[in-house]
Design a protein. Sequence first.
Length: 296
Amino acid sequence: MTTPGRNKATTLTGWGMVLSGGAAVTASLRGVSPYPPLLPELALAGLTVLFAAAWVVTSYRSTTRDPLGKPYRETRRPNPVLPYLFAFGVPLAALAAFMTAFTVSGPYGRETERLERAGYDRFQVSVVRLAGRPAFHPGDEDRAPYYLTDLTLRIPYADGPREVTVPGMYTRHRAPSPGQKVDVYFAPRDPGTGVTEDGDRDRHRRRSILVLVLVCPFLLAVAIAMRWQMDVEALHRLRRFRPVVHLPALAILLTGLILLLPKALEFDVAGFDRLPAVLASLTPFLAQTWVALRRR
């Protein structure tokens, strides 16, 4: 099969594919949708697929050739953006897919938003009285001795203080006593939410930050290494469509997008939704590897 040349249509659809894909990755990393369904991210990803299909079609239909029928020759100078686009775009796309796996569920996200509007947070309140006998636990090598006690607490709701009994409150070293201060979670403007000792709803956010801290240095090193090894001329030639190079790479990326759908739309596949998203994070590297092997 002859290799089609480039024209205005292939250039526009090609850059449309790149820019919409970059926008989808950026929207995902910025958390435009904090919980499923991830509609803006999916819309941009769908637009990327449409541009990719249009790029393939226009490339097949392109008739740009040398006037004498000689094989098409690229006359433009290599685009200096391409090496950085590949070197940093691939790890960022992988990171966006990986972080999608840690997106909280829709019900949890909506409930968190409702609680935040009601002022839900951790507060220090006073013990009114003990509502049960303290149960002592001696602890072990990993944990200090502690008590579990049913406590009646004075909760300062927005419409006035109330006494609320909370079962199994944890105190270290010694049993609690009236007047002691303890930390609990509740919503001052929503008494119906209840009071709990362990109600931290930011743990998912902190987990995501921890993942970023651990993964980003590795991905940055990968990006720098990829940029160092890239052949600018070979990358420049990739702008000309070659079925044996581009179709498998696009198929791999489309597979990755499909693997993200269970988490993005919140449905299970064989009981899993997080695992497919983790597997999807590998597809940008697999596509880049295929292109590297076939680009010459």
